[in-house]
Design a protein around this ligand. Structure first.
Ligand code: CTP
Length: 422
């Protein structure tokens, strides 16, 4: 999509350079429009080199192309990061005394402001009123993060990290995207026409009608993968194992529930038949109780009513669904198969060592490794992952970032693995 990155004059302008790279690396066409003040923080050569385009702040450069009108009219997204108090005031009152403010008046696409300033300026009623005006007109305003500001002070006013801004921009575009006949959001979707299956959540292995062996997976990352794929135009089936989070119902995602590993195997094997990509994000129990007890297991079962000894639960192995998919595919290049590796690291190796060994063992095309523990990853809103590719291309580390931003990075990696004929 055609993105306009407006940069106003705050110290956080340097972070906009990373946001710019995030867009260009994902194949978007970015025009940077800095204000005069922004150029005091980061110069025009940086913006021109990173965007591959000339950069202007005033309305008098390349007048024959009428840039003060064209840039805004042609954009699919305008994002201003950082947006200073002054820029927000100008935008709220419709001033147009430079290229960025003129662009904001001609844009008909989603507009995202990412304010960054000192806490007092952010909390001032004038700034808050300007933000309210912009929101009332349909603009998206990303809440500033709290933390250390430029001086010794701390408080709300920091520009969020580039990955967060990138995700907020895509969410703003999705929110305004029309829905296609299949209910999926239509935007210049780079996954349009791709059929994907994502498994998410954690399996439950029943002991009796009320008890099960389970795990801590909430399904957040898998749901984010399904939602981001659908928002990027893919046709998505989500095999949902006991999710603790809702799935957006406006993206046309088909949800197939599964409880145990055996249910999951059956569901995935059925829907993977005509898929281009299968992503096994679900946390699958490796073992299940050998015997299911049809009525609730009681602690007093002995004929004389006395407590019986604590029962021993015998376990049997569950099938490895991911390895089964790889075996079934054989030497074909289709579908692309992606695994997740939840690792804690141990005395035999680091998270990355164990993940590389797992990639080799499972034979999938891409393994997404993340570090887990009682307080890491499971149920959290952010995640750090390593993408490891079987074909030897260099790995990629993503995060800490929102699960939506991680999902986008995973789909960027998968997109490059899909054979060109699809
Ligand atoms: N997986 C699967 N079937 C299983 C177990 C895991 O399909 N019975 C998939 C998961 O969905 C994930 C990948 O395999 O994509 C790795 O899961 P993980 O639990 O990390 O690996 P395991 O194979 O169970 O290895 P180990 O428990 O020894 O670390």
């Amino acid at each position: 999509m055609r993105v306009v990155l407006g940069v106003s004059g705050g110290i956080a302008a340097y972070k906009a350079a990373s946001l710019l790279r995030r867009f260009t690396e994902s194949g978007h066409d970015v025009t940077v429009v800095p204000t005069e003040a922004a150029l005091r923080f980061v110069g025009a050569p940086t913006w021109a080199a990173l965007s591959g385009k000339p950069v202007a702040s005033d309305v008098w450069t390349a007048v024959d192309r009428v840039p003060h009108v064209r840039i805004g009219q042609d954009a699919d997204l305008v994002v201003v990061a950082p947006a200073t108090a002054d820029l927000l005031a100008k935008a709220a009152t419709g001033q147009a005394d430079d290229l960025l403010t003129a662009t904001l008046l001609t844009a008909r696409c989603p507009v995202v402001f990412a304010p960054a300033m000192h806490t007092e300026m952010w909390l001032h009623p004038a700034t808050q009123a300007n933000v309210a005006t912009l929101k009332a007109r349909g603009a998206h305003v990303v809440e500033p993060a709290s933390g250390r500001l430029t001086g010794a002070d701390t408080g709300p006013g920091r520009l969020p990290e580039p990955e967060e801004l990138y995700a907020a921009c895509l969410a703003a575009v999705d929110a305004s995207a029309p829905l296609g006949s299949d209910g999926a959001a239509v935007r210049g979707g780079d996954l349009h026409g791709i059929r994907v299956v994502v498994s998410a959540g954690g399996t439950r292995e029943a002991l009796d009608p009320v008890r099960f062996l389970g795990n801590r997976s909430s399904g957040k990352q898998g749901v984010a993968l399904a939602e981001r794929a659908a928002a990027r135009g893919a046709q998505v089936t989500l095999v949902a194992c006991n999710l603790a989070v809702p799935v957006r119902d406006d993206l046309g995602i088909r949800v197939v529930p599964a409880e145990s590993a055996l249910d999951l195997q059956e569901a995935v094997t059925t829907v993977a038949g005509d898929a281009d990509v299968v992503v096994m994000c679900a946390a699958v129990a490796d073992f299940r109780p050998k015997h299911y007890v049809a009525s609730k297991i009681k602690k007093t079962h002995a004929a004389d009513g006395s407590d019986q000894a604590a029962p021993t639960i015998e376990l049997v192995r569950n099938p490895d669904i991911l390895a089964g998919l790889v075996a079934r595919r054989g030497s074909a290049a289709h579908p692309v198969i992606v695994g997740f590796a939840a690792e804690t690291g141990d005395e035999s190796g680091s998270v990355l060592d164990l993940a590389r060994a797992k990639l080799a063992r499972k034979g999938c095309d891409l393994l997404v490794a993340n570090e887990v523990g009682a307080t890491k990853t499971f149920g959290q809103d952010t995640n750090t992952v390593h993408l490891l590719f079987r074909d030897g291309r260099p790995g990629v580390t993503v995060g800490p970032a929102s699960k939506a931003a991680v999902a986008d990075a995973v789909w960027d990696g998968i997109r490059d693995l899909i054979p060109a004929s699809h």
